[in-house]
Structures are given as structure tokens and as C-alpha cells.
Design a protein around this ligand. Structure first.
Ligand SMILES: Nc1ncnc2c1ncn2[C@@H]1O[C@H](COP(=O)(O)O)[C@@H](O)[C@H]1OP(=O)(O)O
Ligand SMILES: [Mg+2]
Ligand SMILES: [Mg+2]
Ligand SMILES: [Mg+2]
Length: 398
């Protein structure tokens, strides 16, 4: 299911039709669901429940509760998702698509990173951030046009107007190097930029890493259907997990904590009954290797291709059973912001995640997962069988 085909042509079986809504988007729906920035101000942000709970960051106590972190991360992701949706509504047009103009997603990327960092700084001023973006492209005369668009965007959601220097500073709060000690956040302001531009799947991804391990993760998925079986129903899902506390989904701009329901990875025990998902982009994963792995596992259903960490979301709530991300090049190092939130959400939903060699993802090294190659996620029942098939197929290449 690629973005080149109209949604109606992308499905040929009942399963595919059910899935088309996930991997394919519906521009009309996602436009209609985008909220207007004009009616949104972050002064309305209301950190719900738990925010006054004290939080232990000394992880060895095992008492970490992370109530405030959870609530602040949700608000930051919701706010950034609204920014992205407003940009989509306003700036992505048939013309920008025809011209393959990426400027709307660039504006949204920088705007979303500034907004998340503003909210994190307000509540956790001492926490560094490993964010995907930096302000280099916004500086000087060369960056003026883009910078002005980002500044306008961010100032639509702030209580007081921020100067462009202040906004660049906020974006650059994301330059932390990461590592094994202490606390830091990791942020992908828009994961799945191509999905965003097509009106398909993308995600705002935020996670807290303490002493090298992911403890809190939030995924904002504005175009993900709330219920897979209701393809014409509402879209916009937020998933959240805290270590040891389970994984939950709720409506992205909905009823708050009262709206949360626990999510669980599937219980499929025979891989022949499994559905697997993978990137749309052939540059990000080997579709050839995944077809061979599927054959070994007797999987007959076509793969579901979608952009972004929404693939983790699909496995975490049992819409899919397996996520395969198979290296194309041995040299590519996955980035921590592309996996941290999805990783904890899978673990807390009862699923498992490792790299292609069965090694847990190591978030303690720095900005990249330099000790890992690729990513495999699956429900716990079939995980070992899947890793065996991956190993047989890749034959020690990575
Ligand atoms: N060669 C690669 N292998 C794996 N992932 C990649 C590769 N190049 C870019 N990416 C990252 O994959 C993510 C999107 O993944 P998906 O295909 O699952 O939607 C993006 O964050 C993108 O990073 P970036 O956009 O910074 O280049
Ligand atoms: Mg990304
Ligand atoms: Mg990104
Ligand atoms: Mg990027």
C-alpha cells in the first residue's frame, strides 16, 4: 500500500480493506478532524490529575511513580499534535503535494519541537532533551522565510508572543547528547514526515529515559482510527505507558484520563494467523527480506505498510501481531527518538521488542541505538519464532 495509489485502489482483500484505513489515509477525514489553532491556546493546557505527585528520579528506589511526567508528556504531545494538524489543514494543498514541496512538514516539525520543549522546560527546567531537530536551517538570511513561518505558528499557541531567538533557543534545547546517567527526554516532533504530507499515518513521539531505560512513553497519532473495525469512525489516538503501569489508549483530544482504556498485544500463537507491518519507505526497511521471513512463518496475509511509530501502536493494541524493521544498510544507526516511546508501549502492552539479533534496544548510549541493528516487535507468544525466522533469513548479515 503505497502513497502513490489512491486509497480506493490500495486494497484487494477484506483484510486489506480493514487495514486500508490504517496505512492509507483519508485526506477528507484528516482535514476535517484537524483543529484550528485560532481556537487553541496553550494557556488552556490543564495538566490533569497526578501532576502534583512527587516523582522519584532516583531509579534505584524502584518507587518512581512518574505521575507528573506522564501528565506533562501527554499535554505536550496533544499540543504538538494540534500544531501539526493545523499546519496540515492550512499549508498542505494539492499544489504542495504535486510539487513535492516539503516546507509544510518542515514548519510543523520545528513548531512542534518548540512547543514540546516549551512545555517540558516549564515543568521540568532541569531535564535535557534529545530532540530530532535543531535550528540550523532557521538561522540567518537563508533561514528567514522558514523562521518567520515557524515563529508565527508557535506564537499562535503561546500565551505571550515569543521572539524568534527564544523560539530557536527552545528548538535547540533538543541538542542533548543522551547517555546512561540521569534523566532526559527524547522527542520526535513528527515521525513519518511522508505520511504526514500524504494525510496518512504520522506520530508525535515523546519519551522519558532515566538511567538509560525508557520509563515513560507517549505517542500522539492524529490519523490513527480509534477503532480499527470502524474505518469511517473517529481518528486520533494517544497511547501512553509508564514502566510497570501498563499501556493505555485514549482519544487524542478527548476525555482525558477518564477516557483511558488498557491495551494489549494480540494473543495469536501460530504465525500463520499473523499480520505484520512495516515501513512504507523501502529505504527504511527491506521489503524483500520481510517477504522471505513471512514465507518462513507461513504468513499469507499481505504486509500492512504504514509510516511512523504508529506501527508500534498497531502491535500494542493487537491490530497487527508483528513489526519488522530490517536494515537496508549495516551502517545505519536507528535514532532513539524513532523508537523510545514505541518501545515502552509495546513492553507495557505485553509484547516484546528487540533488534534483529534478539538484543534489547539499548537507549543508554547516546542519540542513536548504535549497539542495535533493525527492530523486531511482536506479541510474546510468537516473538521467539519470529526472531528465529529473522535470523535464518538474514544469516548473520547484521
Ligand atoms: N536508512 C534508514 N533506515 C531506517 N530508518 C531510517 C533510514 N533513514 C531514515 N530513517 C528514519 O525512519 C523514520 C521513519 O520511519 P518509517 O519508515 O517507519 O516511517 C524517520 O524518522 C527516518 O529518519 P529521518 O526522517 O530523520 O531521515
Ligand atoms: Mg522519526
Ligand atoms: Mg521526525
Ligand atoms: Mg526527519
Amino acid at each position: 500500500m503505497t502513497g502513490n495509489l489512491p486509497a480506493a485502489m490500495r486494497c484487494c482483500t477484506a483484510t486489506f480493506q480493514r487495514w486500508a484505513v490504517l496505512s492509507g489515509g483519508n485526506r477528507a477525514v484528516s482535514r476535517a478532524s484537524g483543529s484550528s489553532l485560532a481556537c487553541f491556546s496553550w494557556k488552556h493546557i490543564n495538566i490533569d490529575t497526578d501532576s502534583n505527585q512527587s516523582t522519584f528520579r532516583t531509579y534505584s528506589t524502584q518507587l518512581a511513580y512518574f505521575g507528573k511526567e506522564r501528565a506533562v508528556a501527554i499535554e505536550a504531545v496533544e499540543c504538538a499534535s494540534r500544531v501539526c494538524q493545523a499546519v496540515f489543514k492550512r499549508l498542505v494543498t494539492e499544489e504542495t503535494l504535486t510539487k513535492k514541496d516539503k516546507s509544510p512538514v518542515t514548519v510543523a516539525d520545528f513548531g512542534a519541537q518548540a512547543v514540546v520543549n516549551l512545555i517540558l522546560e516549564k515543568h521540568f527546567p532541569d531535564d535535557p532533551v534529545v530532540g530530532e531537530e535543531d535550528s540550523k536551517d532557521l538561522q540567518g538570511e537563508e533561514g528567514r522565510v522558514l523562521r518567520e513561518k515557524v515563529v508565527d505558528l508557535v506564537n499562535t499557541v503561546t500565551e505571550q508572543p515569543l521572539s524568534s531567538d527564544e523560539i530557536l533557543r527552545l528548538i535547540d534545547r533538543g541538542q542533548y547528547a543522551g547517555g546512561p546517567k540521569g534523566s532526559h527526554w527524547t522527542l520526535d516532533p513528527i515521525d513519518g514526515t511522508k505520511g504526514f504530507l500524504r494525510g496518512e499515518q504520522f506520530a508525535v513521539c515523546l519519551a522519558l529515559i532515566v538511567d538509560g531505560k525508557v520509563r515513560v512513553g507517549v505517542l500522539g497519532c492524529p490519523n490513527l482510527p480509534y477503532e480499527l473495525d470502524k474505518p469511517d469512525g473517529e481518528r486520533g489516538v494517544l497511547m501512553v505507558a509508564v514502566e510497570g503501569q501498563g499501556a493505555f489508549q485514549r482519544r487524542l483530544h478527548g476525555g482525558g484520563r477518564a477516557d483511558e482504556v488498557p491495551i494489549h498485544a494480540s494473543k495469536v500463537a501460530d504465525t500463520k494467523d499473523a499480520t505484520f507491518c512495516e515501513s512504507v519507505e523501502a529505504a527504511h526497511t527491506s521489503h524483500g527480506d520481510s517477504a522471505n521471513i513471512a514465507k518462513l512463518l507461513n504468513i499469507t496475509r499481505p504486509s500492512v505498510r504504514m509510516d511512523s511509530q504508529c506501527k508500534y501502536a498497531a502491535v500494542a493494541r493487537g491490530d497487527a501481531d508483528i513489526y519488522l524493521r530490517l536494515p537496508q544498510k549495516a551502517a545505519y544507526e536507528e535514532k532513539i527518538w524513532d523508537h523510545a516511546a514505541g518501545n515502552i508501549i509495546i513492553h507495557e502492552s505485553g509484547g516484546r521488542v528487540t533488534d534483529v539479533n534478539g538484543k534489547p534496544l539499548d537507549f543508554s548510549i547516546g542519540r542513536t541505538l548504535s549497539a542495535n541493528k533493525g527492530v523486531i516487535a511482536a506479541n510474546a507468544n510468537i516473538f521467539d519464532t519470529v526472531i528465529d525466522a529473522v535470523q535464518t533469513t538474514l544469516a548473520g548479515k547484521f
